[in-house]
Design a protein around this ligand. Structure first.
Ligand code: DX5
Ligand code: ZN
Length: 217
């Protein structure tokens, strides 16, 4: 199987030390940027200015996860603030195909995602058009939640579907990823793992990232 990308979530880092926290994960593949609007999810995180600051502080691929109602309103803003990839929720827009096209027209990698309670069929019509599919393995809104075990089967199903129509797309998992389940998720077909609290633990992002990497090797 392919090497698995690791995407630490900045949501769990110390925002007062954003530059250093990005340095700590410099050997990661991507930086995952969780944007929450207090409407699509019951929490507010941060928006374009923090993404722009992260962009100035790091050369990492900025993987922006929009937990935002009607994300099409802000795609250009996040592209201009430094996103390299933008992922939208199918539950947040009536026009997911249009949102995907807009992200591509902005020259960015287009991702689509769905909550744990949303049938996988909701993403099937756009599988051939996207650069990334994200399987949420917690209900989005907060870091540090427990992995929902049924998510593994959802990864396996999407792996099969993507292999048929778009084998090069990334298959990402986000929520409750730890060294204890990372390998199982890679074997289920994930190509990119997001981790917040498992990376930015008490001994810092570099140590947390290494534990995840070791669990995969
Ligand atoms: C959840 C976010 C996740 C979150 C992951 O709403 O989308 O990216 O930060 O955090 P952990 O790894 O702690 O579950
Ligand atoms: Zn996320």
């Amino acid at each position: 199987s392919r090497p698995v990308k690791l995407a630490p979530s900045l949501l769990s880092c110390d925002f007062a030390r954003l530059g250093e926290e990005l340095q700590a994960i410099a050997s990661a593949d991507w930086a995952h940027v969780d944007v929450m609007d207090g409407d699509f999810v019951p929490n507010i995180s941060f928006g374009m200015p923090i993404l722009a600051a992260a962009r100035r502080a790091s050369g990492l691929f900025m993987d922006v996860h929009l937990m935002v109602e009607r994300p099409e309103r802000y795609l250009r803003d996040f592209a201009e603030a430094g996103a390299d990839g933008i992922t939208v929720h199918v539950e947040a827009t009536a026009h997911v195909h249009r949102a995907v096209q807009q992200i591509k027209e902005l020259g960015k990698k287009a991702g689509v995602t769905l909550n744990p309670g949303t049938p996988l069929e909701a993403v099937r019509p756009v599988l051939a058009d996207v650069d990334l599919v994200l399987v949420m393995s917690v209900n989005p809104g907060f870091g540090g939640q427990k992995f929902i075990p049924e998510s593994a089967e959802r990864v396996r199903t999407l792996r099969r579907w993507l292999d048929e129509v778009n084998p090069d797309a990334e298959l990402q998992v986000d929520g409750g990823v730890t060294p204890a389940n990372a390998r199982m998720l890679a074997e289920a077909g994930a190509t990119c793992l997001v981790a917040g609290s498992a990376v930015y633990g008490p001994d810092g992002g570099a140590a947390g990232l290494k534990r995840l990497r070791d669990a995969l090797s």
